[in-house]
Design a protein around this ligand. Sequence first.
Ligand code: NAP
Length: 491
Amino acid sequence: MADQPRASPPQLSDGRLFRGLSYIGGKWSAAADGATFSVLDPASGHTVGEVAQLSAEESHAAVDAAAAAFPAWSGSLPQDRSGVLRRWFELIGANREDLARIMVAEQGKPLSEARGEIDYAASFVEFYAEEAKRPNIEGVTSHLPDAEVEVWLEPIGPVALITPWNFPSAMLTRKAAAALAAGCTIVAHPSSQTPFSALALAELGERAGLPAGVFNVVTGRASTVVPPWTEDARVHALSFTGSTEVGHLLYRNSAKTMKKLVMELGGHAPVIVFKDADLDRAVEETIKAKFATSGQDCLGANRIYVERPIYSAFCARFTEAAKALTLGPGLDDCDLGPLMNEAAVAKQEDLVADALAKGANLACGGKRSPLGPLFYEATVLTDVPPDARIMHVEVFGPVAPIAPFDSEDEVIAKANDTPYGLVAYLHSQDPRRIYRVSRALQFGMVAVNRTKVTGAPIPFGGTKQSGLGREGARRGMEEFMEIKYVCRDWA
Ligand code: NAP
């Protein structure tokens, strides 16, 4: 008899946070035909739980709910919206441990990283609870005689949010808190690989007092449940975080209804280490930039360029640090967890094989771990030639390719030679060089001598194929608002 898939739901102190139904119009909804899909724990391969797989019609009903709730929510007092967001923030904090354990079960990341993501997710809700109260009006000195001119910012309407599996909580709150603060209502689709985190946030949103229909979460196949939103003119904006490929598709599909778009897409971050850098710090920060979330991070270091005089020393220290990283299931809280799925591991294997065939050296790792099929060792490749595929595609895994460079102009050209433009990392102690290179890098974000640069108050986002628009900060809320210009004459 074939083995039955084993069930291993997360152990929680509040089991009601573990919801397997969609949340539409304030009700927890199964698919009418009873369809469900399984969510797997990437560490063990066991089933975490079953989730409702909704139809296109049921997804359409979520837009009905968001449209019906829009007039009251957008017309509510800003301080009332702020109050609901504040309560949501407090509930996320109070349930931090359960939310982190749900994330570990479905995403696989180490428990301390999952706790960190819950804090990060909560920080957006707290920030936008405050931002909701700021006035949405600008007085403008009139260019017309006897006229008063004003610019109003108004909620754009119901919005669609689509989020990925690598940061299943923070990518949702970064969008949702901004949209709710602006006065918008939401239809959201979380990745089918990690829907439980979003559903737990919806449960807490309900407890915080989000009115029915304001925040709807629709689970199921993206290719079934998202088209009813892109085709529906009542959805005025779409905010997506995920791959550039799906971003292109959503861009095309949103054209007919002329939606406002926010796209947070892939990255291909260069790390540039100049010979005047603090070497210890550069190694330590680049280890973080490469291996956090097992490398499955749009901000992950994808290619590391080190100036030749310190190249050997950097490679030796970086390899030692990579070898010291521990690998294991998320609940063991090692440094690295499993990758998300078989395709992610196969990609690492292909990229490593290609680089080695083209002349790179394997300094450590380079294979799956005996811990399980989705565990891949921290891997360092040195002397990686420019034509290796890994120097051109998003790695999204724990493989670090390193190459030497000889001049500032050369490394800037290499760093910019990519269709992506999300983040670039730079290590140097020369202020003039830091300024010059920061200006020359064609990226939405530049991190100098450090890795962690994100947070609720900063505008996060990329250029070129890394996306459109910004999330976080005041700007992140304005992405969900429309500008109305009013010119008054007291005739
Ligand atoms: P993905 O495959 O593009 O999926 C992202 C979301 O899009 C999921 O909710 C997915 O739902 C949905 N989706 C997939 N196919 C769709 C379709 N045909 N129509 C509508 N929606 C569709 O990306 P991923 O693998 O989850 O995430 C990894 C990517 O996200 C990487 O490229 C990474 O760089 C990027 N990312 C970017 C940022 C940023 O802020 N710039 C942050 C995190 C991640 P299902 O899972 O249900 O298919």
